[in-house]
Design a protein around this ligand. Structure first.
Ligand code: GKE
Length: 407
């Protein structure tokens, strides 16, 4: 059953419909030669190229309307940088004024859109990706590969074309080889950066695409005057992240399931799978430190606090002292176990993520609790949230339809 939409989501969708209506009116009025428009400080404009402050660092965040992108944008804006967002949908949790100066509704799968996004900017953070948790990754290989490779290659090409100085790419722990992640429990591997090679990612197109783009960034920096930085994210979670709809990862899914169930906790697999999870605040701190460093090799960006899925379910239950019976059911499980080896990031930056899972998950839990309450008050059926669903994406999906399921 389709979940009801929050008021904020509905208002974002209505804004997008209004904008599309205006675009169609423009197209009809001038025979198909509608000008491009975007928002500056919330005001619609067609001025091109954009007029921007000369005394600020101009930062473009591809996918800045999404979970990690919006948190990064908010932090950089607070630090005084001028933030340009390029995304195919609006953010459903923050007002534009909270996290950006310009909002460009652009589908970066098209080169001319990437060109617009990269015009006149100094730094680019590429966080736009078709992604999700295991329920999404294992069921949407073609869409993920095609969409993400287009976005990333377009962004790199546009950066070269428009003389962007620095480029950040958000890679993933999914680049590590299948053969290195077959053990859980005490044998869970601590993956260090050099373990990515020799590559062997036949289990999922998501990780394969990330590795291809890592190589693309390397060769772009080799052939052109652009500085590139790469972080391999290890399962980033936190408030304002996707928590329902099929793209959510385990931390959000587990919180939602504890909040909405009274007897059982449905768990994909035997729960002995192991992972580490990194709160978005630590992720943003790491991204900024990496971008400002002189390290040009891919770095792990994750927590090294290992936990089994059974133990994470119990942790989620502890916040309100719930006693649910874990029911193991078939479902997509990904690798058996992985942890982040943080030796290299500590060596290069003198820093590593440090926010513990009990602290970060508790914050996430109560944020999701509030979202569930809002949706239920809005008429949603709570049963919708008790289990996790598998979604099938298509190449025709657009940003608005993807984001209404979360962020
Ligand atoms: N998402 C989810 N939802 N996972 C569940 C659920 C559920 O309801 N129940 C059990 N799990 C198990 C999954 O089967 C998997 O073994 C484990 O939790 C973690 O799932 P996840 O958080 O969805 O994703 P993974 O850590 O396996 O993989 C993610 O890794 C990141 C990088 O470390 C990827 O999906 C990417 O989001 C990302 O690259």
């Amino acid at each position: 059953m389709e979940a009801a939409l929050s008021e904020r989501t509905i208002s974002c969708l209505l804004d997008q419909i209004d904008e599309l209506r205006e675009e169609v009116t423009d197209l009809k009025a001038n025979g198909g030669a509608a000008d491009y428009y975007y928002h500056v400080e919330g005001v619609k404009t067609k001025v091109w190229p954009p007029v921007r402050p000369t005394d600020k660092n101009i930062v473009m965040i591809g996918g800045g309307g999404g979970f990690i992108g919006s948190h990064l944008a908010k932090r950089l804006k607070e630090e005084g940088e001028y933030i340009v967002i390029a995304d195919w949908a609006k953010n459903i949790y923050f007002e534009d004024s909270e996290f950006c100066n310009e909002y460009h509704m652009l589908d970066l799968r098209f080169q001319d859109n990437a060109d617009k996004a990269c015009t006149g900017v100094h730094d680019v953070y590429d966080l736009a990706a078709d992604m999700g948790g295991m329920g999404f990754i294992e069921s949407n290989h073609t869409v993920i590969l095609q969409n993400s490779i287009r976005i990333n290659i377009n962004c790199l090409a546009s950066c070269v074309e428009f003389g962007v100085k620095k480029f950040f790419f958000s890679s993933s722990a999914c680049v590590y080889p299948d053969y290195a992640q077959t053990q859980a429990g005490e044998f869970t591997p601590n993956l260090k950066e050099s373990d990515a090679w020799p590559a062997d990612i036949r289990s999922n197109a998501y990780g394969f695409e990330k590795l291809v783009t890592e190589e693309a960034t390397k060769w772009t920096a080799h052939d052109h005057p652009i500085e590139v930085h790469v972080a391999r994210f290890h399962n980033i979670y936190g408030p304002q992240g996707t928590w329902c709809g099929g793209r959510e990862k385990a931390p959000a899914a587990f919180c939602r399931k504890v909040i909405t169930n009274d007897e059982v906790f449905p768990m994909w697999g035997d729960g002995e799978q192991t992972r580490s999870f990194c709160l978005v605040d630590d992720c943003v701190e790491g991204v900024i430190r990496i971008m400002r460093s002189d390290c040009y090799e891919p770095l792990n960006l994750g927590s090294d606090e290992l936990i089994s899925m059974n133990d994470m379910a119990k942790l989620a239950m502890s916040f309100e002292n719930k006693q649910l019976r874990i029911e193991h059911i078939p479902g997509p499980q990904g690798v058996r176990g992985r942890n982040s080896d943080n030796t290299m990031i500590k060596e290069k930056l003198g820093w590593a993520p440090s926010i513990t899972l009990p602290v970060g998950l508790k914050k996430t839990y109560f944020w999701i609790k509030q979202k569930v309450a809002e949706e239920v008050a809005n008429g949603a059926d709570i049963d919708t949230y008790k289990g996790s669903v598998i979604v099938k994406a298509t190449l025709k999906d657009d940003g608005a339809s993807v984001r209404k399921g979360g962020n």
